[in-house]
Design a binder for this molecule. Structure first.
Ligand code: HEC
Ligand code: HEC
Length: 330
């Protein structure tokens, strides 16, 4: 009897592994990672949201974080390469901030780890908001509404570079995926996505091997790969001279991907069909000797690409789920 129970238990374990009943890897963990010294509170998220959308954080009051990471364009923007104050253009495409709370590292080259470390970068960058931090802190201290909001969010710490970064990071931690047709499908509603999209998902995690890199609920392994795009940006290699990181960029999330064209770190591709074809069939320059070992030519046909794209389209969030501030602290 005991043996029977053990046998059937084993059967359950192997059975579910074989038939893929355990879909937990594709489901977002309910808990968002939060650093010990910046617990999430409603006051901090509220303050961070105002700061995120407030153009007064830039040198000429024209650009906010949302200029380049707008909820209307999948928390990214429509430019090939980001455009900041005085129409200055940067060198890379704006990534989405959706689920950035789960990133192991931030930026295409992973140059910082936490959202707190990340937040002050764009405020000061010449091609983004070009704002001197000391000037900005004084500016905020002169806005009574912000003095109050910082007080209720961070108490006696007041308005500092530290609390500024922490508040913005707290808001970003509230920008996580809440639900797409794919999420309903993976939780068991087999009618939530079309048969074509289901075929596409099979290819994605099978023959086309996309999940070698785009893995788990956020469709990223958190690592860096050279997919042989052939531009002059050396990516993560500039941070660390590891051969594998030559021209390597962070695997981006694929959530909301149908809404976040243009694609890749250089914004060089407009359509999902083209981006998928590059990734499925060995990169843009297939004979590039330095490309990632995972960038394999899987000989995926145009029809199969269409199925994968149908699947990618099911990763779009079903609601915007945000009230954008129309009045700011005075
Ligand atoms: C002018 C456009 C622009 C503005 C303004 C801007 N960003 Fe960005 N953001 C970018 C670009 C471009 C990158 C990628 C840069 C890189 O990887 O080198 C980026 C990267 C990020 C990332 C990393 C995401 C990831 O997956 O690696 C986060 C988070 C982020 N920005 C948040 C913010 C916040 C918060 C603000 C406001 C304080 C802001 N950004 C303002 C263009 C912008
Ligand atoms: C070797 C790892 C790897 C594999 C395998 C892979 N990708 Fe990617 N993918 C990446 C990396 C890295 C980027 C960003 C590259 C860059 O911009 O330099 C990317 C970018 C993308 C983008 C553009 C995302 C954006 O926000 O700009 C799409 C779409 C995409 N991949 C889809 C797929 C699909 C579909 C497959 C399977 C057919 C696949 N990828 C296979 C690593 C991979």
């Amino acid at each position: 009897m005991k043996n029977l129970i053990i046998l059937s238990l084993l059967g359950l374990v192997f059975g579910s592994a074989l038939f893929g009943a355990d879909n937990s890897r594709w489901i977002r963990p309910a808990d968002v990672p939060v650093p010990k010294d910046n617990k999430i509170t409603p006051e901090r998220v509220k303050l961070g949201k105002y700061l995120y959308f407030d153009t007064r954080l830039s040198k000429n009051d024209s650009v906010s974080c949302a200029t380049c990471h707008s909820p209307f364009t999948a928390w990214a923007d429509k430019n090939d390469k980001a455009i900041g104050v005085y129409n200055r253009q940067g060198t890379r495409n704006s990534p989405t901030i959706l689920n950035s709370a789960y990133n192991l590292r931030q930026f295409w080259d992973g140059r910082v780890k936490t959202l707190e470390q990340q937040a002050l970068g764009p405020i000061q960058a010449n091609v983004e908001m070009d704002m001197n931090l000391t000037v900005l802190i004084e500016k905020l201290k002169n806005i009574r509404g912000y003095v109050k909001l910082f007080k209720s969010a961070y108490g006696d710490e007041g308005i500092t570079k530290d609390t500024l970064a922490k508040a913005i990071a707290s808001f970003e931690r509230s920008v996580v995926s809440k639900g797409s047709p794919f999420d309903r499908f993976i939780r068991g509603d087999k009618t939530a996505i079309s048969k074509k999209a289901q075929e596409g998902f099979k290819l994605f995690s099978g023959k086309a091997r996309c999940n070698l890199c785009h893995d788990k609920f956020n469709f990223t392994d958190g690592s860096f790969h050279n997919i042989a795009l052939g531009d002059s940006d050396i990516g993560r290699y500039a941070m660390k001279k590891r051969p594998a990181w030559y021209h390597a960029f962070k695997t981006p999330t694929l959530r909301n991907i149908a809404k976040s064209s243009p694609y890749f770190h250089d914004g060089s591709v407009k359509t999902l069909v083209e981006a998928t074809t590059i990734c499925a069939n060995g990169g843009r320059f297939k004979n590039d000797k330095k490309k990632s070992l995972y960038m394999i030519d899987n000989h995926i046909s145009a029809d199969e690409i269409e199925l994968i794209v149908a699947f990618l389209q099911t990763l779009s969030e079903e609601s915007l789920d945000i009230n954008i501030p129309d009045k700011f602290p005075q």
